[in-house]
Design a protein around this ligand. Sequence first.
Ligand code: PGA
Length: 311
Amino acid sequence: MNITLRQLKVFERVARRLSFTRAAEELYLTQPAVSMQIKQFEENIGLPLFERLGKKIYLTRAGEELYQLSRKISEQLDEAEHLIEELKGIEGGRLCVTVASTIHYFGIRLLAEFCRRYPKVKVSFKVTNRKGLMQQLEDNEADIVLMGQPPDDQDLKFEPFLENPLVLIAPAEHPLAGKQKIPLSDLQHENFIMREQGSGTRTSVERFFSERNIQINTSMEMNTNGAIKQGVEEGLGLAIVSIHTLERELESGRVVVLDVETFPIRRQWYIVHRTGKRLSAVAREFSEFVRNEAHLFVREDIIKAALGKSM
Ligand code: PGA
């Protein structure tokens, strides 16, 4: 049999997702390339591995057996990669970090300093929302993930490393700007721009209002903090975002933080990895760096001024 590691990898992903399209997206391949790999794999083996019923694909008996085996092979390959990383030490190592879209503002600064200290480290730095982060952890695709508090029922090790206050922002000329202790009930007259489904910020905001039995009007949904901030500036609505996304806007006075009762919503940033994951020397060093020094990379002066006495 002429099976290649590449075929095995593509097969494993299609089998895991039961979708050629999703496998292609995740492997950064075109769908015809994925179909071709699977076709060659099936020809090499001499048995069909998938069957199609309507729009769905299913694993055949042979596919099922091979899927279990290919998962074990993937684990062994990870193990080999880990060993090689360990032998290379920090300087020659590779670091795969994925961070929440909300974190990347100071995350990039953190990374820049780490790379100054260890210029030979090769880095993969991915940015996605909470849903994407959970997927990355499940797929074992990141050494370290920086995100909001992960759920307790997954096989994850996590530790808080920084406060993440969520604040309510408005354009500087908004009638509520400058008012003190605005009652939560006043927000019912406002329109809000909300992050997309799958965002951790959005989940926290929804939980916060539903716990207080307050209904807010979501006039618009946007999937980046950058777009939301610009939307607020342009008067499309108010929004609730992490203070860490706001340094530039607050400094220039383009948006203001409203003083609303019970705000900010208090969250924390966590450093996360899978429980069984053996971190490489460079991943361990990066974790230590985040734990000990992350607070130095956020603008405390701007944050304190914006939050006033509420923290
Ligand atoms: P985000 O934040 O999905 O809103 O960017 C991630 C998180 O809170 O876990």
